[in-house]
Design a protein around this ligand. Structure first.
Ligand SMILES: *Cc1c(COP(=O)(O)O)cnc(C)c1O
Length: 859
């Protein structure tokens, strides 16, 4: 009887309009055959011996098979029509999981789910077997991943180039409230999504010296390391395009350490191969923090050198693996190649391309410089001075002697141009020199990028203005036409359709499914803000998402949270400028209010904070300890009950974001104005129907523009007010003296209220707040607390709250990375997204749920 009802419900689900597509019967049959075949022939298991992970792996191969035809066809097609290629160079690609994303993008989610049920398997149970590809720190790396999805979806001939780290961002464990780092062994069980391409291995040179001869400069006595490419397919959304992400892994050449072979020290020579292969061993875990390590410099150069060789080979030849040069000159290079530098991390592409064009290809300086300028563009991601890359000249000289010569010449020519424009202005030349003189000489990589690129962009309106007005003011005066804005975005496929199926189905039921590739269509939801039945559906979807997160929290952390409480969430890297500590001050204040009025009528809240701190960032790690200690006090106080709970979300990463963000009622975006370049977490929350409490910083400014101030909980100083305050001389102590609640909270941190076992544990946090407070928490506290009270008041009115959520969803269309990529394509790369629609693949793939083959026939 019960199974009969379940069957009817399932049949009803299938009839509903769903973003998941439909599952024709013969498709499910074929899926079962393919899946079975992989369990037996690829995994070599049977139904008795197969583990969950085996089923995951078999499923991954089954799904990947259906990428192959599109993958091959896409690249045949690119070689046929020879479009301008876009190369996105990034030290980070924070991809997360691939399985469900692939199924969503090729339209097979529903048939796969159906097919799995015949084996008694649920996709939801297999998904967690996939370890995140966490080759990124935070926003910058995740942006690169969203861009790959959008570039493929827009049919751009685009390639991601990065590093295949053996270890991605560390796994965060919380022990006794402290962050512990453990290695991320993401490749332990193999990676079904990548394909090694040993036939395209490329040599990369390090160290040595430069020899001058008649023919010009020659780099000699270098050490060789090989760069081995691994390709990961990047499917566009229902458009038959499969682009590639090519990641380089360092490999010792066969000849490595030949001198040892000659001495007969065979074992030593084999042993030392690790020296070369260590280059791509591990991702540097710093977010917005520069650490001038030689190994990191080697990683950056390996990326740049291998990628440039690879893209030049692609320019010169007419099919992969063909070494016959069909294009022997560089005359068309700037029409066929665009290179985007994701921050300054790949800035060595500039001197490296100069070196190749002059020393290897024999072009003149002027010709080479013109080519570099027309192909390269630079995206700036932060204005924090400690994040700007400044490599010691001495280190660069040892590792890359020829590149330093080239940088000197670039600087010489550039300073001559500065002199022409501003004769005799020595101070300006000092301010603009690529080489900064301090106690040691360093190369300012951002200045190198600005001088060499045709386009420089910030990542939100306000950030791009700050670049022009302050950090790069001198450069803006010299090259005003180069400065642009490209407000960041997120892919609605992963951040709505994949992670919040129920919400995307609800949206589809009202406005159809085209929002998936045209997110501005969400505006069509505004007409339902007064529909009580729609708002109730919205509330139901949110409640189900909150229940899922509550279950996870109970299972993982053994904390019972009240699913009816407001889910108040701040997830992002732990950094002082992001002000997790301000959130803490609010939690403490709420706690004190409950303690002062135990009978009071409080809006129940569950405050969740998650994020990793750089292992060497002492204060950030102390903030994690403080959050956990506050949680311990608050969660174990019987007088508080379930009116306030505090949860530290351990090991925040892309897959956890996909669970957490759809469950949020309130999104905390509380950085000091002028410090967060854009933020993308803010956009994910907005798209998933959370309300935001935030400052006028980064993309928050544009979110307010889109949704209206009345639908956003704004607080804190503006950039101008921060500037003003600093001019006056900021005295944090003043706000402590003025505000009794702030005083109480700060005193509790200082006195050991949250660390009775070690009362002085948080002394440094106290000192920071009272005497430095670089990010003005003390000043913004009062305004933050006042607006948090308004948040609680509104939460008492569920329909009003839901209507405001709906207005936010409806206004979030601007923040699709499709929009961002269209702007890059038009204003920087000079390519046209609509020009390349792929033909259908020839493979017979009968079980695919959607008729996506003929949807995008070649026009
Ligand atoms: C989106 C995202 C970020 C960036 O979040 P911000 O709030 O913009 O700093 C960081 N980490 C992960 C895992 C993300 O998905």
């Amino acid at each position: 009887m019960a199974s009969k009802i379940k069957e009817q419900v399932e049949a009803e689900k299938r009839r509903q309009i769903s973003i998941r597509g439909i599952a024709p019967l013969e498709g499910v049959v074929h899926f079962r055959q393919d899946f079975n075949r992989h369990v037996h022939y690829t995994i070599i298991k049977d139904r008795v011996s197969a583990t969950k992970r085996d089923y995951y792996t078999a499923l991954a191969y089954t799904v990947k098979d259906h990428l192959v035809g599109r993958w091959l066809r896409t690249h045949q097609y690119y070689y046929e029509i020879d479009p301008k290629r876009v190369y996105y160079l990034s030290m980070e690609f924070y991809m997360g999981r691939t399985l469900t994303n692939t199924m969503v993008n090729i339209g097979t989610l529903f048939p796969c789910q159906e097919g799995l049920r015949h084996f008694g398997l649920e996709l939801e149970d297999l998904e967690p077997c996939e370890v995140d590809a966490a080759l990124g720190n935070g926003g910058l790396g995740r942006l690169a991943a969203c861009f790959l999805d959008s570039m493929a979806t827009l049919g751009l001939a685009a390639y991601g180039y990065g590093i295949r780290y053996d270890y991605g961002i560390f796994e965060q464990k919380i022990e006794g409230g402290w962050q512990k780092e453990e290695p991320d062994e993401w490749l332990r069980y193999g990676n079904p999504w990548e394909l090694p391409r040993p036939e395209y291995v490329l040599p990369v040179k390090f160290y040595g010296r430069v020899e001058q001869s008649e023919q010009g400069s020659k780099w000699v006595d270098y050490q060789l390391v090989h760069a081995m490419p691994y390709d990961t397919p990047i499917p566009g959304y229902l458009n038959n395009t499969v682009n590639i992400l090519r990641l380089w892994s360092a490999k010792a050449p066969t000849s490595f350490n030949l001198k040892f072979f000659n001495n007969g020290e065979y074992l030593q020579a084999v042993h030392d191969r690790n020296l070369a292969e260590n280059i791509t061993r591990v991702l540097y875990p710093n977010d917005s923090m520069f650490e001038g390590r030689e190994l990191r410099l080697k990683q950056e150069y390996l990326l740049v050198s291998a990628s440039l060789q690879d893209l030049i080979r692609r320019y010169q030849t007419d099919r992969p693996g063909n070494f016959k040069l069909v294009r022997p000159t560089f005359d068309e290079f700037t029409d066929k190649v665009a290179i985007q530098l994701n921050d300054t991390h790949p800035a060595l592409a500039i001197p490296e391309l100069m070196r190749i064009l002059m020393d290897d290809e024999g072009l003149s300086w002027e010709t080479a410089w013109d080519i570099v300028n027309k192909t390269c563009a630079y995206t700036n991601h932060t204005v924090l001075p400690e994040a700007l890359e400044r490599w010691p000249l001495s280190m660069l000289e040892r590792l890359l002697p020829r590149h330093v010569e080239i940088i000197y010449i670039i600087n010489h020519n550039f300073l001559e141009d500065v002199e022409k424009r501003w004769p005799g202005d020595a101070d300006r030349k000092r301010r603009m020199s690529l080489i900064e003189e301090g106690h040691e000489k360093v190369v300012n990589m951002a200045r190198l990028c600005i001088v060499a690129s045709h386009a420089i962009n910030g990542v939100s309106k306000i950030h791009s203005e700050i670049l022009k007005k302050s950090v790069f003011k001198d450069f803006y005066e010299m090259f005003p036409e180069r400065f642009q804005n490209k407000t960041n975005g997120i892919t609605p496929r992963r951040w709505l359709i994949l992670c919040n199926t129920d919400l995307s189905d609800l949206i589809t039921s009202k406005i159809g499914e085209d929002f998936a590739t045209n997110l501005e269509l969400l505006r069509g939801l505004e007409q339902y803000v007064e529909s009580e039945s729609f708002l109730r559906n919205l509330i139901r979807v949110k409640q189900a998402n909150k229940q899922k997160l509550a279950d996870y929290i109970e299972q993982e952390f053994n904390i019972v949270v009240n699913p009816a409480s407001m889910f108040d969430i701040q997830v992002k890297r732990i950094h002082e400028y992001k002000r997790q500590l301000l959130n803490c001050l609010h939690i403490i204040t709420l706690y004190n209010q409950i303690k002062a009025h135990p009978e009071g009528n409080f809006v129940p809240r569950t405050v969740m904070i998650g994020g990793k701190a750089a292992p060497s960032y002492y204060i950030a790690k102390l903030v994690i300890k403080l959050i956990n200690n506050i949680a311990k006090v608050v969660n174990n106080d019987p007088e508080v009950g379930d009116r306030l709970k505090v949860v530290f979300l351990e090991n925040y990463r892309v897959s956890l974001a996909e669970l957490v963000i759809p469950a949020a009622d309130l999104s905390e975006q509380i950085s000091l104005a002028g410090t967060e370049a854009s933020g993308t977490g803010n956009m994910k929350f907005m798209l998933n129907g959370a309300l935001t409490i935030g400052t006028l910083d980064g993309a928050n400014v544009e979110m307010v523009e889109e949704v209206g101030e009345e639908n956003f909980f704004l607080f804190g100083m503006t950039v101008e007010e921060v500037e003003e305050l600093r001019k006056e001389g900021y005295i944090p102590r003043k706000y402590y003296d003025e505000n009794a609640d702030l005083q109480q909270a700060v005193d509790q941190i200082n006195s050991g209220f949250f660390s009775p076992e070690d009362p002085s544990l948080f002394r440094e946090i106290y000192n920071n707040l009272m005497f430095t407070d670089r990010y003005c928490l003390m000043k913004d506290y009062a305004s933050y607390i006042a607006v948090q009270r308004k948040v609680s008041d509104l939460y008492r009115k569920p329909l009003q709250w839901a209507a405001m959520c709906l207005r936010n969803i409806a206004a979030s269309g601007k923040f699709s990375s499709d929009r961002t990529i269209r702007e890059y394509a038009r204003d920087i790369w000079g390519v046209d997204p609509s020009a390349f629609k792929l033909p259908a693949p020839q493979e017979s793939s009968t079980w695919l749920g959607r008729s996506d083959y003929n949807k995008t026939q070649m026009e």
